[in-house]
Every structure is written in structure tokens, then in C-alpha cells.
Write a protein that binds this ligand. Structure first.
Ligand code: PLP
Length: 752
């Protein structure tokens, strides 16, 4: 067995005392240590809830119940009350860890039933030898630890441990190859032996096969399906980008009509290109902060989708009434945390579209808290659609404890239709490497196991609680500053004073000012509080620029130099995530860094002093003050009316000139032309054009450039020359330098 450090924790106020009770408990501790187990002895609970966090590091608890006070009955006994509270804290997260109570004079009669029920035993000092008691506790602790690892992770640890010599790939042979060179040694020492011993190939029988879903891998996928309320789960080791392609390739063939959120991840657009589908887009709302809102409920109505089909130039001559779209794909949780009531969508489309695909890359946590109600794809005890299969693709690595690229496809059968796993696997194989990375599989397995009740729900509850504490802390700072400026966190005006409040507090209601998305249907959307979009001053919801302003990119660069890296930066907003890994320390650091920013801004502190790394890379800003820099970029944005321009380009009518796959074929056949920005209007792109921020594709292969998009690109070009270091990055733009060193920008288009 691998040696893990999971000490047995003893809490006894006499642990260090020279009285009989101290001698007794220390004798027990010694006996445990002699059996090879670590002991951690402390004399008080300290901060109860902080201490209960030890549950993830311990293998058992021994809690002493003796104190000197005389008390009449168990219900009033402060020692018992303390004990009960502590046990509740542990059980909130951990149903299985063994807990023992250790008493000198008291017996189990002194304990109420709800406490007794949680115990693995009651130890009476001096009744048995310490050695006997120690062995008993260790047996329970071991059995607890043995039960922790889910199937695949367990098998992988066993294999790595067992020390057999392998002749199969990978060529580094459990890491040995690395030891033969100095830089290899460095690599080996950095990542450690286990990572390399566990890096095996699929020739190892006893681990099962990811590609065939057999053995321990299959057991783990089954376990994850149960945990995430799905009928089937497929672990994916190449991210949700790949999960999405699998779902699509299983269902969509050339020429099929598909219904897609225009605010979708590029992997969906790649899927459209790969499958040769004809997309019909549902357009989300936007506000002028650049925050993408929900697609209005009406866009999901079949009659409205049919109207779009009828209008689509690529579907000329097709009888819209006879079209049955193959799939509907929705980004379920936008970047900024907007969620849809999936029951409404299922009800509208069931019986017409047979595959409902929710891209829940950002939402794997929702299944573990009642807070999210039906605002995610698959929940416990929810009715299934009659004909429509429901798919959810989730990046376990984004919000849960998966390592990069850990992802999963969840499938829920319809009442009348079941998934044919063999057929699904044909698509799965098309996108999976024949040499999957086993530590990613193990992390899919562990990320799922961690979410099992009660641990998972407790973790999600904590993330929501931290996110709300952060929001309250930000408001408190704002209140303290009074009329002075401060950052705002985007969200409903009302915030509960304490705790996590009710889901109703987070619903987007029609025409509320805070969201700016207009007349939304009631009960259709909510905001996920764990996504916190921080708004910087300078732009209001109507797209009007204030006299002064603070572009978000400067704030996030400042934060980065202070060790705080945020998830995404917009024009006047950036967002941070309260994943299950976030701690109080983290968000408090962010808050103090923001305060520091404010001080430096108000004093117009010189950039060379406060952002030395940035100035080293871009010396032209060295002599500027922070406020001056903010102001000059702010004015450039205002002159370009960039907020309105960005909103409009995304909402502008985009005309498809050909199928995305046909446009893409021009690349394969080298029938493209590199067209300068000034000449783009009317041309048909062969590349995806994606500006960062916001990272949402603006134009997809086969669509024509309109004037608005060209204007946007011209603005970007000028801006980027003026403000190096703050350049808007547009994927799909090709930059080429001419002989004078001047950069020109092009987009690859269909050759005329
Ligand atoms: C990140 C993301 C993906 C892709 O996930 P990866 O795990 O990074 O491949 C897909 N869809 C959405 C909405 C995403 O945000």
C-alpha cells in the first residue's frame, strides 16, 4: 500500500497534561504511532469550523469528552454541545470518516442519540489496553482510507505501486528515461516519480480501456454518471472542445440543419464545419458593458426557428415546415454566468429536435446544489423528455477539481429513446487519441468522486457563500468610500445580508436596470453568483462614456503584477470565478489589490514604479501616471464609441454566403485570398474571426463582411498601433510586415 499522510487526530484538553487523563490519551497516541500511523494531538477545537476542515486530511478523529464541570444532563452539558457542533461540522462534508469519543468517567449514556449515531465507537479509558484500542481504531481508519479512491484512480495507484517492469510505451518507462540526462533529471524531480509511474499506455489490461469503456474506467464512468444524475457518462481527455465534437459527430451529417446559440464556443463552430451542417443561429441579447445576456425565450419557439430556416439563403427551396433540425446547442452558463431554465427549453423542443445539447463547460457544479433548481441540464428527480435525448458537456477542469483537459459527456435517455452506446462510441473514437493520458482519466474520476454527497454539495455551498461574501465586502468598501469611486460587482441590486439567500434573488426579471437585457420572460434566466463580473468606472449601461474612466485591461494588468490573475477581461469589466478551489485569502487579496489600484490611480502614481514589468516590456508608458494612462485609453475608446460598435457588430445581420464547410474547403484546396482590412466589405471569410475580448466568434466561415465589422476592425487596427500592450487580439486576422517594417492586417477569404 502506498504511504499516505492521513493522521489520526486527537482532540483532548489534557493531551499535554501530567494528570491521569493526559497519561491515558498519550499512551493511546503512542500505541497508534507504534502501529505506523501518524497522530496529531491538539488540546482544543479552536475555531470549530476551521478545525473541521481537517476532515480532508485525517483518517480518524478521537474526541475526548471529559471535563471537570458537573452538569445535570446531556442536553445542557456544554462539553456535549461542543462535541455535537464539531461532529456536525465534520459530517456536513464527510459522512464516512471514523469518529471516536473517548471518556474517562462518562459513558455513552451521557450522549444524546444524534451524537451517538455518528460515532464509530466509545472508548473507555483503562478498560482495554491502549494497544488493543489502537489496533481497533487503525483498522477502521484503514478501511476508511481504502474506501476513498474511486475505481480507476485506485487501480492506477495499485499499478504504479506494484513496480512491474514494462516493455510497452510510453518510451520513458515509468520515468527511467528521464534519469539519463540532466534536463531529464530536472523534469523527473519537478513532476515526481508517481506522475511518471502512473503514465502508462493502454496495453495495461488491469486498468481497463478508455476507448472501449471497459474495466475500472467503465466502473468510474458509471460512478460519475450516478453522481451527475446522468444515464451515461463518457470521460474525455481532450477538453470539452472535444466532447462537443463527439456529441455533434454522433448526430449531425452533411447538409443537416442545426440550431445553435450564436454565443457559442468555437468548438461548436468547428463542429459545424466538420459535419457540414447548415446552422440557424439564436441571437443572445447584450448590454453595453459587453456582457452577453440570454437568448430571449421566444427564440426557442419552433415557429420562430422555422421562420429563420425559411429566411436562410442557404436553405432556399427547402420547405421550412418539413425541416427537423438535428441538434440544438446552447451555452448553458455564459462567460458571465447567465443560466437558462432547461425545463422550459426541453418542453418547447421535445418532439421536434431530438438532441438537446447543453454546453455546460462552466456548469459542472450546478447539479450539487438546490440553488440551481432546473437551471442546468440534469438534476435528480426531474422528468425526462419524451423523445429528446439530453446531452451535457462539462469541463470538470474549469470549476471542479479536474486537471486541464478533464471533461465529460453526460447523456440522459429520453422516455422513448435510449442511447446506443456502440454508435456513440464511433464518434467518441473519431476524436480520442489512442494514447489517452491516464492522469487526466484519474482526475475525471476523482473530480466526480469529490462531488458525491455530502462533500460535493458542501463544497458548492461554500463557493456560493464565498462569492456572496466577496460581493458584500465590495459593497461595504463602496459604502465606506461614499461619493468617491469604487468598483462594482455586476448583479442584482438586492443582496442578502448574510448567507447565500434564495435562488429567486438571482433571477433576471424583465427590464431590470442592472442587467440591461430588456424585456426578458419571467422564470427563464438566472445569474450564477459564483461568477463575479467586476465593473470598472467609465461606461454606463446605455453605452455612454463618462468624462473619466478606467479600462478594465489596465486594472487586470495591474492585478497580474500583484499576483492576481483574472479569468477574462472585457472593455470595462473583468471576471473572476469562485471555483471550489477559492479561499477567503484569495478574494481578500484581490480586494486589497483593487484598493491599491484605487490609491495609485487617485495619486496618478508613475507607471515605472507600480507596473515595472509592464513598463519594461513597453517603455513608452514609463513616464506616464496610472490615471493618465487610463484616461488616454478611455478617451480613445470613447472617440471610437467602441462599446456601441462592439455591441452592434455582434447584433448586426450576418449573411451566410455559403455553408461553413464549403468555405472551409477553400482552405483545404488553397483557393483563398489574403484580403486587407480596407477591402473586406462584401468578401466571404474562410476563417473564424474572434476578437478577444470577448472571445466570441464574430464571423464564421462562409459569412460575408458587412460595413460594421470592417469599421470595427479599422478601429482595432488604429487602436493597436497607438496602445501596444493593450491590443485587442483578433484571432483570424493575419498580421504581415512590409519591407518598411509596417504591419498590415488581412483576413483569409474565399478567392473571387
Ligand atoms: C471552455 C469552453 C469549452 C471548451 O472546453 P475545454 O475543456 O477548454 O476544451 C466549450 N464550451 C464553452 C462554453 C467553454 O467555455
Amino acid at each position: 500500500m502506498l504511504r499516505f499522510r492521513f493522521p489520526i487526530v486527537i482532540i483532548d484538553e489534557d493531551y499535554r497534561s501530567e494528570n491521569t487523563s493526559g497519561l491515558g490519551i498519550r499512551a493511546l497516541a503512542d500505541a497508534i504511532q507504534k502501529e505506523g500511523f501518524e497522530v496529531l494531538g491538539v488540546t482544543s477545537y479552536g475555531d470549530l469550523s476551521q478545525f473541521a476542515q481537517q476532515q480532508s486530511r485525517a483518517s480518524a478523529f478521537i474526541l475526548s469528552i471529559d471535563d471537570e464541570e458537573f452538569t445535570p444532563g446531556p442536553e445542557l452539558d456544554p462539553a456535549v454541545l461542543n462535541l455535537r457542533k464539531f461532529i456536525e461540522e465534520i459530517r456536513f462534508k464527510n459522512a464516512d470518516i471514523p469518529i471516536y469519543v473517548y471518556g474517562e468517567t462518562r459513558t455513552s449514556q451521557h450522549l444524546p442519540n444524534d451524537v451517538l449515531r455518528e460515532l464509530h465507537g466509545f472508548i473507555h479509558m483503562f478498560e482495554d489496553t491502549p494497544e488493543f484500542v489502537a489496533r481497533h481504531i487503525i483498522r477502521e481508519a484503514k478501511s476508511y482510507l481504502d474506501g476513498l479512491a474511486p475505481p480507476f484512480f485506485k487501480a492506477l495507484m495499485d499499478y504504479a505501486q506494484d513496480g512491474s517492469y514494462s516493455w510497452h510505451c510510453p518510451g520513458h518507462s515509468g520515468g527511467v528515461a528521464f534519469l539519463k540526462s540532466p534536463v531529464g533529471q530536472m523534469f523527473h524531480q519537478f513532476f515526481g516519480e508517481n506522475m511518471l509511474r502512473a503514465d502508462v499506455c493502454n496495453a495495461v489490461e488491469e486498468l481497463g480501456q478508455l476507448l472501449d469503456h471497459t474495466g475500472p474506467v467503465a466502473e468510474s464512468e458509471k460512478n460519475a454518471a450516478r453522481i451527475f444524475n446522468a444515464d451515461h457518462c463518457f470521460f474525455v481527455t481532450n477538453g470539452t472542445s472535444t466532447s462537443n465534437k463527439m456529441v455533434w459527430h454522433h448526430t449531425v451529417a452533411p447538409g443537416d440543419v442545426v440550431v445553435v446559440d450564436r454565443n457559442c464556443h468555437k468548438s461548436i463552430l468547428h463542429s459545424i464545419i466538420m459535419t457540414g451542417a447548415v446552422p440557424v443561429f439564436m441571437t443572445p441579447t447584450r448590454n453595453h458593458y459587453g456582457i452577453i445576456g440570454p437568448i430571449p425565450e421566444s427564440e426557442f419557439a419552433p415557429e420562430n426557428i422555422r421562420k429563420k430556416i425559411a429566411k436562410n439563403p442557404l436553405l432556399k427551396g427547402v420547405d421550412a415546415k418539413k425541416v427537423k433540425p438535428r441538434i440544438m446547442t446552447l451555452t448553458q452558463s455564459t462567460y458571465d454566468g447567465v443560466l437558462y431554465n432547461t425545463e422550459t427549453i426541453k418542453a418547447k423542443l421535445d418532439g421536434w429536435i431530438d438532441t438537446l445539447h447543453f454546453d455546460e463547460a462552466w456548469l459542472p457544479h450546478a447539479a450539487f446544489h438546490t440553488f440551481y433548481g432546473s437551471y442546468h441540464a440534469m438534476g435528480k428527480n426531474r422528468a425526462r423528455p419524451k423523445e429528446a435525448m439530453v446531452y451535457a458537456t462539462q469541463s470538470t477542469h474549469k470549476l471542479l477539481a479536474g486537471i486541464s483537459q478533464a471533461s465529460q459527456v453526460l447523456v440522459q435517455d429520453a422516455q422513448n429513446v435510449k442511447l446506443d452506446k456502440h454508435l456513440f462510441n464511433e464518434a467518441y473514437l473519431m476524436h480520442t487519441s489512442t494514447s489517452p493520458q491516464y492522469s487526466i482519466i484519474a482526475s475525471c474520476d476523482v473530480a466526480a468522486a469529490m462531488m458525491d454527497a455530502p462533500g460535493g454539495p458542501a463544497l458548492v455551498e461554500e463557493s456560493i457563500a464565498e462569492a456572496l461574501d466577496f460581493r458584500r465586502a465590495m459593497r461595504k468598501v463602496e459604502a465606506d468610500y461614499g461619493a468617491d469611486w469604487w468598483f462594482k460587482v455586476w448583479g442584482p441590486d438586492k443582496l442578502v445580508d448574510e448567507g447565500i439567500g434564495k435562488p429567486a434573488d438571482w433571477m433576471l426579471k424583465a427590464n431590470q436596470k442592472w442587467h440591461g437585457f430588456g424585456n426578458l420572460a419571467s422564470g427563464f434566466n438566472m445569474l450564477d453568483p459564483i461568477k463575479s463580473t467586476v465593473i470598472t468606472p467609465g461606461l454606463d449601461m446605455s453605452g455612454k462614456f463618462a468624462k473619466t474612466g478606467i479600462p478594465a485591461s489596465i486594472v487586470t494588468k495591474f492585478l497580474a503584477e500583484h499576483g492576481v490573475v483574472v479569468e477574462k477581461t472585457g472593455l470595462y469589466s473583468f471576471f473572476i470565478l469562485f471555483t471550489i478551489g477559492i479561499t477567503k485569502g484569495r478574494w481578500n487579496t484581490l480586494l486589497t489589490a483593487l484598493q491599491q489600484f484605487k490609491d495609485d490611480y487617485d495619486r496618478n502614481a508613475p507607471l515605472w514604479r507600480i507596473m515595472p514589468e509592464f513598463c519594461a516590456a513597453h517603455p513608452r508608458y514609463e513616464r506616464m501616471g496610472l490615471r493618465d494612462l487610463c484616461q488616454s485609453i478611455h478617451e480613445a475608446y470613447a472617440r471610437g464609441d467602441i462599446a456601441r460598435l462592439t455591441t452592434e457588430v455582434y447584433l448586426s445581420d450576418l449573411e451566410p454566403a455559403m455553408k461553413p464547410s464549403d468555405a472551409y474547403a477553400h482552405i483545404a484546396h488553397r483557393r483563398t485570398e489574403r484580403v486587407a482590412i480596407d477591402d473586406l466589405e462584401g468578401r466571404v471569410t474562410t476563417s473564424l474571426l474572434t476578437p478577444y475580448p470577448p472571445g466570441i466568434p464574430l464571423l464564421i466561415p462562409g459569412e460575408r463582411f458587412n460595413k460594421k465589422i470592417v469599421d470595427y476592425l479599422k478601429f482595432t487596427r488604429e487602436f493597436n498601433v497607438k496602445f501596444p500592450g493593450f491590443a485587442t487580439d483578433v484571432h483570424g486576422l493575419v498580421a504581415e510586415k512590409d519591407e518598411n517594417g509596417k504591419t498590415h492586417y488581412y483576413v483569409d477569404c474565399v478567392k473571387n
